[in-house]
Design a protein around this ligand. Sequence first.
Ligand SMILES: Nc1ccn([C@@H]2O[C@H](COP(=O)(O)O)[C@@H](O)[C@H]2O)c(=O)n1
Ligand SMILES: C[C@@]1(CO)OP(=O)(O)OP(=O)(O)OC[C@H]1O
Length: 374
Amino acid sequence: MSDLTLILLSAGSSSRFDTTVKKQWLRIQHKPLWQFVADKFEKSGLFCKIILVASQDDIAFMKNYADYDFVQGGNSRQASLKNALLHVKSEYVLVSDIARACISEELLQRILAKKGNADCIVPYLHVTDTIVYENTTIDRQKVKRIQTPQLSRTKILKNALQTSTEFTDESSAIVSYGATRAFVEGDENAYKITFIQDLNKLPCLSGPSSDILSGNGFDVHAFDDKGDMYLGGVKIDTEYGFKAHSDGDVALHSLIDALLGAAGMGDIGMLFPDNDVAYKGIDSKELLQRVVAKIYNYGFEIINVDITIAAQKPRIGAYKNKMRQTIAEILQIDKARVNVKATTTEKLGFIGREEGVGVIANANLKYFNWKMIG
Ligand SMILES: Nc1ccn([C@@H]2O[C@H](COP(=O)(O)O)[C@@H](O)[C@H]2O)c(=O)n1
Ligand SMILES: C[C@@]1(CO)OP(=O)(O)OP(=O)(O)OC[C@H]1O
């Protein structure tokens, strides 16, 4: 049984990654970057446990992709690392950042070959530029560019982090604690993705799949003889509304399920439970906006949507254009890619008996193509 646990830090907000997509959710073919990195480490067979540290929201979605151990991150890299260390029992721990996506087998072996030589084993790169520190030129031979992954004695690292001082890497905390550090040759390809332009500096990464991801939604709401009616994000001029926990916009609910379906994110009730007071009477355009934000944050783009409203009443012909405009603005796509259809059921069934409305929706997504970034 291996005496080594891997911690992969992926809780960052990508604040310097100037795009709506969080870098850990960029796709390599169909795999999110975090899974691409974790699977490569897992394939090495070196670890008794692999812990992924991420935000609560991300973990909920990550569990759709893989069965790693997931731990919720904190407000800083060090806080996230401390949370993960609570789940580490092995004598040694390797800590790496998902943002360093191209860790080679050779670098890993160089680090592991030094296991036991010091309390922390650290890869570094030499400096070739002239280094000026506060207007004073310093000896660049004495400067190291520190990388991850770093291999630590678990007990020492846990003790070293019992401090209010924030360190940006494990070895600095360990040395500050009075323990030892040994260096190994790093790797230029172990580059940390900070800005979106960095992605094209990493030869190990191929672009996202160009596949189209399709999803569908279906929802029904019964009429209510009181209240306002909202449909497709538009107020409908009727004397009756829908029975619902929210504003009852059955067309937007169906569209939300189609988007979630295409993204593999479950369904509307999982995100907005219909027994949660937070959603009582909520404007369904707000629910759609939250789902669209997730869609873009998690690395998808919306291609087109198509909605079919099955209703004996109300007649919606006069509202279609406004529905398309309203939905297009929320989805951040052209109105031409939002289609709204309507049909009666020729007075058949509950819809024909004017008891309520049913809506079917389809959505097509693609992955954000980061390869096109210059
Ligand atoms: N058999 C079911 C039906 C529904 N759900 C969940 O409830 C949400 C709301 O369902 P409505 O029929 O009221 O639209 C739905 O999004 C599901 O999450 C369920 O779990 N089992
Ligand atoms: C929209 C949500 C919000 O709680 O509730 P309802 O307005 O009841 O709509 P429904 O489609 O039955 O369930 C989905 C819920 O997410």
